[in-house]
Write a protein that binds this ligand. Structure first.
Ligand SMILES: [Zn+2]
Length: 130
């Protein structure tokens, strides 16, 4: 077994194209990389759970598309309104990792809880200004 190319002290357990890492260095680098992705805590939990096939338990949430269908408007309008009025906060939902449409890229999208959905309905129903 080769030694870690990073600290050159311990035995490598993780291999990439050019480097190999011991357990400690692998974890350090994984955390640094993860930090640069600027994901929410919720998404990191989901990502870790997914990597180890752990079940992710979540309460019921609604996507912008779900709410748009109910209000008979576009998902873009929901997103725009939520951004403008600062509704993408913990009180109204959570950030989750989703597969981007037509791409393998993972993106963070905001999922609304019941309170967030209710707030959007109140704000948008019968209001053409938004
Ligand atoms: Zn090392």
């Amino acid at each position: 077994m080769p030694n870690c190319t990073h600290c050159q002290k311990r035995q490598a357990i993780a291999f990439t194209t050019f480097e190999c890492y011991c357990q400690g260095c692998a974890l350090d680098i994984a955390l640094i990389l993860l930090k640069h992705c600027q994901l929410s805590e919720n998404s990191i939990n989901a990502l870790v759970a997914n990597g180890w096939n752990l079940p992710v338990s979540t309460s019921h949430h609604y996507s912008a598309t779900n709410i748009a269908q109910e209000l008979n408007c576009s998902a873009q309008k929901i997103g725009r309104t939520a951004n403008r009025l600062g509704l993408k906060i913990e009180q109204y939902g959570e950030w989750r990792l989703d597969q981007a449409a037509n791409s393998r890229k993972q993106i963070e999208t905001f999922w609304y809880n019941a309170a967030g959905k209710q707030r959007l309905i109140e704000l948008l129903q019968g209001n053409d200004q938004l």
